[in-house]
Design a protein around this ligand. Structure first.
Ligand code: ZN
Ligand code: FE
Length: 240
């Protein structure tokens, strides 16, 4: 059973520190920075052996070099973005598998936020690391891809088991929920969820991870019934 620790960094990023107790391997998903990640691992007596990157953006890879320098860890990330992540050791794409000790992740291609964005799905643990593709009640901005690609990504991710815990890389939930209520004003589950989110945020609590089932019920991008509707909603959210 993996231990997954949330490390809040920068203004709203979450770095995930993942420990596999059998092998004692420890992996970092998308280290925006190095210091708080190294400190958290040290505090727990864990030695970081790997980094997994979902995409090239600096708030996901900025800590790569310093963590590698400090630990000698191995870095895995998207093949399609190797030119933009010079610290990569292993390049992966959909169909590839990545190991953390006894645990195996399947790589899923989810291009749109960036051209080579990937997600890591660990079926046995019911966990998926989605970077900036799927957020609680939101999706990533379309910096290097199209609404059609993001629609496909939402379809793909929605087919994972409902109990799958979704680890995204930002605390954007409240702002996403405010737009979601405009997109789907009659969605009762969404209203209930937003009440819980507002209460959690008022206490300074995190709202991530979420689950595939919760997103299927309340996320206006995962729930978009066509590419056109997703495109419309993405544009509306960008200008919200
Ligand atoms: Zn990003
Ligand atoms: Fe980001």
């Amino acid at each position: 059973m993996l231990e997954i620790i949330r490390i809040p960094v920068l203004s709203d990023n979450y770095v995930w520190l993942v420990h596999e107790p059998q092998s004692r391997e420890t992996m970092v998903v998308d280290p925006a920075v190095a210091e708080p990640v190294l400190a958290e691992a040290e505090k727990r007596g864990w030695k970081i052996t790997q980094i997994w990157n979902t995409h090239w953006h600096p708030d996901h890879t900025g800590g790569n070099a310093a963590i590698k320098e400090a630990t000698g860890c191995h870095i895995t990330g998207p093949e399609a973005e190797k030119a933009r992540i010079p610290t990569l050791d292993t390049m992966v794409k959909e169909g590839d598998r990545v190991r953390l000790g006894d645990v195996v992740a399947d790589v899923i291609d989810v291009p749109a936020h960036t051209a080579g964005h990937i997600a890591f799905h660990i079926a046995d643990e019911e966990v998926v690391f989605v970077g900036d593709t799927l957020f609680a009640m939101g999706c990533g901005r379309l910096f290097e891809g199209t609404a059609a690609q993001m629609y496909d990504n939402m379809q793909k991710l929605s087919k994972l088991p409902g109990d799958t815990k979704v680890y995204c890389a930002h605390e954007y939930t409240q702002a996403n929920g405010e737009y979601a209520l405009v997109a789907e004003p009659d969605n009762q589950e969404l209203k209930t969820r937003m009440d819980a989110v507002l209460a959690a945020r008022a206490k300074g609590e995190a709202t991530v991870p979420t689950t595939i089932a919760l997103e299927a019920a309340t996320n206006p991008f995962m729930r978009a019934n066509s590419v056109e509707q997703l495109a419309e909603r993405r544009t509306a959210k960008d200008n919200f």
